[in-house]
Design a protein around this ligand. Structure first.
Ligand SMILES: *Cc1c(COP(=O)(O)O)cnc(C)c1O
Length: 356
């Protein structure tokens, strides 16, 4: 079979989605399934929908367009602020977009008018992580201006934490989002449909048992795809951690010295933290294997090898591992992957995806 490849188990993804949908439903929170790490895979989107997500979200309009072709009825949200240059495409394929710039919302309104459509806008609020978001003291002005524009509807507000700076969702920042929702409703006499608290990093806070306030939606990518929460990368109880796995093929298998010889200068990429292979130092020879995959395809620090196999290093096209037993040429090795390795593997033209 073709290698390297991602093995994507749709039944496991559906289980992860439905488990989270059910648990969050118990707290009055709906789930938007985020597909961007899979490049908007239609099959993954379908599995998430079968798992009960209320809609799909992606950061790229190209991915949404592709999913729209097969999921005509599903609600689709563009979760990255639209490019001005793509406003018509956003109106055509997405039902909702996350926004922070009035110039963009005006352009969306204009495009929606021209196309005879209505588009829903969620205003993103900055709560400390310093990625996207309107500063809270500017939120009312932008909401007012949005409410005055034709063919756009103010659907709600949202926030995104833990992506740039690692700021964790807690009672304080989530409480702030709730109180902003209350005050917008009171000021403008409106009802906000959606208060979207954040991403997979919000799960710890949601399940910590406190009052979730006005938060009635979160957007989940990593938790569904990999079964982990991103703050501490702990497994989420009851979810599959291996719904997506990476398979690479052995192209060289030799007994070699554990240490290089000759005069040493820089290697192509520097080294993986060499302390990782501290165990090798006192050994003369090891079973060294090369797999046909490299930094062009994965983040080598994001792979978890099977028992008895240790990753030593990686160059653009070679992953070098040590193993207790010699691994035959042609043998396939299966790795668990983290989010960073997944994103890179999905975007490498050399890695195929096999859904089953
Ligand atoms: C990527 C993204 C998500 C999903 O994040 P996960 O950590 O994968 O759950 C949610 N919201 C926004 C705005 C995003 O960009």
């Amino acid at each position: 079979m073709t290698a390297p490849r991602l093995e994507i188990d749709l039944a496991k993804l559906q289980h992860n989605a439905s488990t989270l949908v059910e648990r969050l439903g118990g707290r009055g929170i709906t789930v938007t399934g985020i597909t961007k790490a899979t490049l908007g895979s239609r099959a993954v989107a379908a599995a998430m929908l079968r798992g009960g997500v209320v809609g799909l979200g992606d950061s790229r309009i190209e991915n949404i367009q592709s999913m729209r072709d097969v999921h005509e009825q599903a609600s689709m949200t563009l979760v990255r602020s639209p490019m001005l240059s793509q406003s018509r495409r956003v109106i055509k394929y997405a039902d909702v977009s996350f926004n922070t710039e009035l110039a963009v919302i005006s352009e969306l309104s204009h495009a929606a008018q021209c196309m005879g459509r209505t588009h829903a806008v969620v205003l993103m609020v900055e709560l400390g992580d310093l990625r996207e978001g309107i500063m809270p003291h500017n939120l009312h002005d932008i909401a007012r201006a949005t409410l005055e524009l034709p063919n756009v509807i103010l659907k709600g507000i949202g926030s995104n934490l833990a992506c740039r700076s690692g700021v964790s969702p807690d009672n304080s920042n989530m409480g702030k989002l709730s109180s902003l929702a209350d005050s917008l409703e009171k000021t403008f006499g409106i009802t906000l449909d959606t208060v979207s608290g954040g991403n997979s990093a919000n799960l710890d806070w949601v399940f910590s048992g406190g009052d979730v306030g006005r938060i009635n939606n979160i957007r989940l990518g990593e938790a569904i795809l990999l079964g982990r929460e991103p703050l501490h990368r702990e497994p989420i109880p009851g979810l599959h951690l291996n719904a997506i796995e990476l398979v690479a093929e052995v192209i060289e298998s030799k007994v070699k010295p554990s240490q290089p010889w000759g005069s040493l200068a820089q290697s192509a990429f520097g080294h993986l933290p060499s302390d990782k292979c501290a165990g090798n130092r006192d050994r003369d020879i090891i079973n060294q294997t090369i797999l046909a995959i490299g930094r062009q395809d994965i983040d080598p620090t994001g792979l978890k090898p099977p028992l008895g196999v240790t990753i030593l290093d990686a160059s653009s096209d070679h992953l070098i591992v040590e193993s207790a037993q010699l691994l035959e040429v042609g043998k396939e090795v299966v790795f668990q992957i983290n989010y960073s390795a997944l994103v890179r593997a999905m975007t490498s033209p050399f890695v195929v995806s096999r859904v089953h």
